[in-house]
Design a protein around this ligand. Structure first.
Ligand code: NDP
Length: 244
């Protein structure tokens, strides 16, 4: 188990990609804490699944868009885990509209969760982050590709990759490695493979299918593990070739 003895905090670990990441890091041997915004039942289910498989897991409610709540969630996770070796910023929201229909509220909500939440969370985690630790941000290929009615979401994800590049340089002296995983369309509540725009999206994917949450979790596991010791400040697209 490549992460035996390590600890990990995964934001938005109650459902979808975050739940798969939490389960994978636990299966790799890490003790895991997750945060969630409102879905306690889903968070409890993720924790139960990890514990049933013999792992260690904790869940804390923390709204990534609310700095005080986000800081409190990080502090609770650090107290439960003792220290944080791996920080995965996965929590995110998407609200799609064309520019004429965008509002101040949809702009602020997406930047609040997807960008500010990461900034607040990383600053809160830094005193607890082990030297030699990892920070992995979940961006999106949308940060590189333009689709209709996704400009604000795409802008948040471009910002995510930019934060990772900057933090990689800021934290290199502590050997903390910072990278972004950029998923393509992945079958979750946010983007169901049988949803309204699914067939249109599949048209952009050379592999001709949606990805599975486990395929993102596998990339995060690699970046969190010993084989990624010389990788920092980069983006890894896990997108079926969509951005190729
Ligand atoms: P889901 O909507 O399926 O799950 C979102 C998760 O984030 C839930 O655990 C949710 O908690 C949590 N969350 C949402 N808002 C907040 C908040 N304010 N504070 C804390 N936690 C929050 O999304 P996905 O699993 O699909 O997406 C995960 C990440 O992957 C996001 O960053 C997304 O942008 C990115 N991504 C997804 C793609 C896809 O096709 N699915 C493609 C590219 C990137 P709760 O259960 O409590 O609501």
């Amino acid at each position: 188990m490549s992460l035996q003895g390590k600890t990990a905090l995964v934001t938005g670990g109650s459902r979808g990609i975050g739940a798969a990441i939490a389960k994978r890091l636990a299966a790799d041997g890490a003790a895991v804490a997750i945060t969630y915004s409102g879905n306690k039942a889903a968070a409890d289910a993720t924790v139960s699944a990890i514990k049933s498989a013999g792992g260690t897991a904790f869940a804390f409610q923390a709204d990534a868009a609310d700095p005080a709540s986000q800081r409190a969630g990080v502090e609770q996770a650090a107290a439960a885990l003792g220290a944080i070796d791996i920080l995965v910023h996965n929590a995110g929201v998407a609200e799609f509209s064309a520019v004429a229909d965008d509002t101040d509220e949809t702009f602020d909500r997406q930047f609040g969760v997807n960008v500010k939440g990461l900034h607040v969370g990383t600053r809160a985690a830094l005193p607890h982050l082990s030297d030699g630790g990892r920070i992995i941000l979940i961006g999106s290929v949308s940060g590189e590709l333009a689709f209709p009615a996704t400009a604000v979401y795409s802008a948040t994800k471009a910002a995510v990759a930019a934060l990772a590049r900057g933090w990689a340089k800021d934290l290199a002296s502590r050997n903390i490695l910072v990278n972004t995983v950029q998923p393509g369309p992945i079958n979750t509540d946010m983007n169901p493979a049988d949803g309204e725009f699914a067939q249109q999206m599949i048209g952009f994917i050379p592999l001709g299918r949606y990805g599975k949450v486990e395929e993102i979790a596998g990339a995060v596991s690699f970046l969190a593990g010993p084989d990624a010791s010389y990788i920092t400040g980069t983006t890894l697209n896990v997108d079926g070739g969509a951005a190729a």
